[in-house]
Design a protein around this ligand. Sequence first.
Ligand code: CDP
Ligand code: CDP
Length: 227
Amino acid sequence: STKQIQIAIDGYSACGKSTLARALAKELGYTYVDSGAMYRAVALFAMRRGLWDGEQFELDKLREELDGVLVTFDPKTGHTLLNGEDVESEIRTLEVSRPASVVASYDFVRTMLVAQQRRLGEAGGIVMDGRDIGTAVFPEAELKIFLTASPKVRAQRRYDELRGKGDQTTTMEMVSADLADRDYRDSHRAINPLRQAEDAVVIDNSELTIDEQTQVALQIAREREQK
Ligand code: CDP
Ligand code: CDP
């Protein structure tokens, strides 16, 4: 018999996790959740409240105000909503990337978001991408994918993406520095650092097209649905 499984996709920044997760969810008729968008939305909230000084957040105030943060997804567009407001384009900027990775290193932020993420996926039929999905959010997931690509390929992809959205000022050097900085912080933080789950399937997509990576993962997902 087939069942609605949990699919966890983890990996470093800009290797194609959300592209793969979205495509898998569409093919399987599952819900897609971008956990990184949740960290980005919390960072944006705190930045708007003036709690970011360029290096870190005012922790006591952030802890107090976190109750006022509601991150949801518009079921029609898939866009990220911060207290009901569509912040999809704002959270994707380079300005929000670094604060998002800093906010993600705070235990009280992770505790809140991990609890929400678990609720979203408890019934199965979910594809979630992030850094700690297979290791911490859904340690029992039937399918865990660890996606990788070379640093050069990842920087080029993110650069092209920003250009495509009309960003004319961000340079390749800025993108590469941001990815290296976040990769380091994500894999060295004390709580739920990025690491490959022991039972993860590793896919290096440096040389794969979007369609090829989808087909590779889809085949494994369909096998896992049968078990
Ligand atoms: O979610 P993550 O940050 O890991 O990456 P993404 O936003 O899904 O992908 C970053 C960019 O890489 C997007 O513009 C994708 O279209 C592109 N991409 C690609 O060119 N080839 C792939 N095999 C996967 C993603
Ligand atoms: O799209 P990109 O790969 O650049 O990053 P993202 O997935 O949007 O995540 C933004 C930031 O949130 C990352 O740099 C991580 O620091 C953090 N994050 C996390 O700590 N845990 C997750 N499950 C997802 C994201």
